[in-house]
Design a protein around this ligand. Structure first.
Ligand SMILES: NC(=O)C1=CN([C@@H]2O[C@H](COP(=O)(O)OP(=O)(O)OC[C@H]3O[C@@H](n4cnc5c(N)ncnc54)[C@H](O)[C@@H]3O)[C@@H](O)[C@H]2O)C=CC1
Ligand SMILES: O=C([O-])CC(=O)C(=O)O
Length: 310
């Protein structure tokens, strides 16, 4: 199975690294516009093969899309990341043009690929990719919910003082500092609601930390995060390539589900070899439905800015 990652920067290269050492794909192509950069990242990763022990073939390409031909999955991480104090939404001006041209280029050489969109503002970039390519909705997947959910589980594990692997939880809604919806009511510690162990005040703090999780790291690092984002993309790619049918919150075109139409936004999806195979209705309560509608309004407002590129 072949995976192309466009953008060999922090997130793209981390994703290639995780896919390789976990043996998720047999071949990974990294592509970047910076001369020699993707080749360098690929060589560095390949020089781990005998120490972390993997057989994945990783190669790099400077903007030569013929090397990406026949990819099963294409991940788009090309574009600029935010700096401290910025929102993801402020990246739209530069990233929209990049994402659109990249999506066109990859499809020329891999017409059957499933596209995973990572570049921010991710929900709007997913919508752009879907509209610009005309691909069926199952083949355009926005990655944000997998990452936000892993941060949610991290903050829950810190509050509970319990291992993260014993915690279940999901974040839906937009992948933005104010649009994410950590579903605290449905989160559990091995099946027991987390509200059995944490006060409402503690749960509110967990939700707030989750929502600004990306901004907090951007403040600490000077650019946005990459280890958890890269690993989250690899987790999603694994479910596609190995037909795992995991339930992962992803940004996907809604056609009536969750009361929304003509918008890509995070909802729980079954992810398998066909990409988005099902949208799962987790039965939100009225308060959660209201938050989801508000989040969708914000994402829809952002999508209106795509007029110049679509
Ligand atoms: N959806 C999510 O959960 C997350 C999204 N992101 C987003 O992912 C994007 C990438 O972040 P980083 O890897 O940290 O940035 P980075 O700056 O480290 O890497 C981006 C790479 O894209 C390349 N690039 C730019 N234009 C290109 C083009 N036309 N074709 C090919 N390559 C091109 C650049 O040369 C650079 O190497 C950002 O927009 C960031 O906001 C980051 C983390 C999580
Ligand atoms: O915070 C950012 O800008 C990058 C991102 O989407 C994340 O790490 O969640």
């Amino acid at each position: 199975m072949k995976v192309t990652i466009v953008g060999a920067g922090n997130v793209g290269a981390t994703c290639a690294d995780v896919i390789s050492y976990r043996g998720i794909a047999s071949e990974v192509v990294l592509l970047d516009i910076k001369e020699g950069f993707a080749e360098g990242k690929a060589m560095d990763i390949m020089q781990c093969a005998t120490t972390t022990v993997f057989n994945t073939k990783v190669s790099g390409s400077t903007n030569d899309y013929s090397k990406t031909a026949g990819s099963d999955v294409v991940v788009i991480t090309s574009g600029i990341p935010r700096k401290p104090g910025m929102t993801r939404e402020e990246l739209i001006g530069i990233n929209a043009g990049i994402v659109k041209s990249v999506a066109d280029n990859v499809l020329t050489h891999s017409p059957n690929a499933i596209i995973v969109v990572v570049s921010n503002p991710m929900d709007t970039m997913t919508y752009l990719t879907l509209k610009a390519t005309g691909l069926p909705k199952n083949r355009v997947i926005g990655m944000g919910g997998a990452l936000d959910s892993s941060r949610f589980k991290y903050f829950l594990s810190q509050a509970l003082q319990k291992p993260g692997n014993d915690i279940q939880g999901m974040v839906i809604g937009g992948h933005g500092d104010t649009t994410m919806i950590p579903l605290t009511r449905l989160a559990s510690y091995n099946g027991s609601p987390v509200s059995n162990f944490l006060s409402q005040d503690e749960l509110d703090k967990v939700a707030a930390s989750t929502m600004v999780g990306g901004a907090t790291l951007t403040g600490l690092l000077g650019t946005s995060a990459w280890y958890a984002p890269g690993a989250s993309v690899a987790y999603l790619v694994d479910s596609i390539l190995n037909d795992q049918k995991r339930m992962i919150p992803c940004s996907v075109l809604l056609e009536g589900e969750y009361g929304q139409n003509d918008i890509c936004i995070g909802v729980p999806c079954i992810i398998g070899k066909n990409g988005i195979e099902e949208i799962v209705d987790v039965q939100l309560n009225d308060a959660e439905k209201a938050l989801f509608a508000k989040s969708a309004d914000a994402v829809r407002n952002m999508n209106a800015d795509l007029k110049s590129v679509l």
